[in-house]
Design a protein around this ligand. Structure first.
Ligand code: NAD
Length: 367
């Protein structure tokens, strides 16, 4: 009997609906070939929802997400809504509440530079020959962004501001398990990034990672200070497999990784909650980039990040790993054969420059 899954699609603003249309066509194709069905409902979010209902995350959108196994998210925001009060703005008013509501504590950001796209990376070619494939696992709901006390006051007539970097052991344990599990499905190498030479929260982080490593004897665990990790990522990205780190360090390192990978239009991301007994988690999957208002409506956006976000959804929330792999292979083949949207095109003779729809079609043809 075929598995039946349910997802909610939130395409959002800007290029969101354009790239989502391609991901949905790919989903329909893998449903046919891989023998499962995905019931899907589409709802408004972000600026589109503000225009229609006055709120970036209307109650019916949230209710639809609650009934689903996962959310496939496009992107939100744009100049039209930039001057609204912060809580009514598309990102603050929709993305953050969704993360909070569903307890999405694990952010998975792959940084993949395919061998055919190393020229798009700002890193010297000789350092990234053959491309690289790194997965950054970032803790998303703890650390200095949320720690208390936090705020501003005066001391001896002078303004003072403080933030608190705080982690409970249980918060570190659960993100460690996500990272070890991800490493098990890859090259079985996990690098934990911390600042244990200075920060008490990092000492607990490191101790806990070493403890959890006993549950995953096949995974080789190593440690690196965050300042060194920032340098080594540029110097030898190909030597990394999975790296796991706390919220602030992960915020910075995952963007560094996106930058050295070449194009934002190629990179998916996943934000996951707690795993169930089958090892699957509710998650929200979205491109690493934003709504790209500069190219919205032109039909030139790269749909690959959205398509690869769908692949992550199939793997981590629906347990359809074979379909995920088929999509990832089809994308790699499409790039290898020279299909390029404008963001990754260089004008080399073997390249065919295409728009959003044709790129989606090229992937579909190679599935
Ligand atoms: P952006 O990621 O939207 O765009 C940065 C650059 O990358 C632009 O030149 C854009 O054209 C390009 N780009 C991004 N995705 C692309 C794709 N798929 N194909 C080709 N080119 C692509 O970042 P920004 O310009 O800083 O932000 C634009 C809007 O998006 C803002 O309103 C911002 O708040 C919002 N935003 C939303 C999210 C989200 O929904 N998760 C994330 C980041 C930014």
């Amino acid at each position: 009997m075929s598995h039946k899954h349910r997802i909610t699609i939130l395409a959002g603003d800007g290029i969101g609906p354009e790239v989502m249309a391609e991901a949905v066509r790919i989903l329909a194709a893998v449903e046919c070939t891989c023998g499962f069905t995905v019931a899907r409902t589409e709802h408004l979010v972000g600026g589109a929802a503000i225009d229609a209902t006055g709120h970036p995350l209307p109650p019916e959108t949230l209710q639809a997400c609650e009934k689903a196994d996962a959310i496939l998210f496009g992107s939100v925001g744009g100049p039209k809504w930039e001057n609204l009060p912060p809580d009514l703005q598309p990102e603050r008013g929709a993305l953050l509440p969704l993360r909070k509501h569903f307890g999405l504590f694990a952010n998975l950001r792959p940084g993949i530079c395919l061998p055919a796209l190393t020229h798009a990376s700002p890193v010297k070619q000789e350092l990234i020959a053959g491309g690289f494939d790194v997965l950054c696992v970032r803790e998303l709901t703890g650390g200095v962004y949320f720690g208390a006390p936090k705020g501003r006051h005066e001391e001896n007539g002078e303004p003072v501001a403080l933030d608190t970097m705080i982690y409970k052991k249980s918060e570190i344990e659960r993100i460690a398990r996500v990272a070890f599990t991800a490493a098990m499905g890859r090259k079985k190498r996990l690098l934990s990034v911390d600042k244990a030479n200075v920060l008490a929260s990092s000492v607990l982080w490191r101790e806990t990672l070493i403890e959890i490593a006993r549950e995953f004897p096949e995974v080789e665990l190593s440690h690196m200070y965050v300042d060194n990790a920032a340098m080594q990522l540029i110097r030898r990205p190909g030597s990394f497999d999975v790296l796991v780190t706390e919220n602030l360090f992960g915020d910075i390192l995952s963007d560094e990784l996106a930058m050295i990978s070449g194009s934002l239009g190629m990179l998916p991301s996943a934000s996951l909650g707690t795993c169930n007994s089958n090892g699957l988690a509710f998650g929200m999957y979205e491109p690493s980039g934003g709504s790209a208002p500069d190219i919205a409506g032109l039909g030139v956006a790269n749909p690959v990040a959205q398509i690869l976000s769908l692949a992550m959804l199939l793997r981590f929330s629906l347990g359809e790993g074979a379909a995920a792999e088929a999509i990832e292979n089809a994308v790699a083949l499409t790039i290898q054969e020279g299909f390029r949207t404008a963001d990754i095109a260089t004008g080399l003779p073997h390249e065919t420059q295409v728009g959003t729809r044709a790129m989606g079609e090229a992937v579909l043809a190679r599935l």
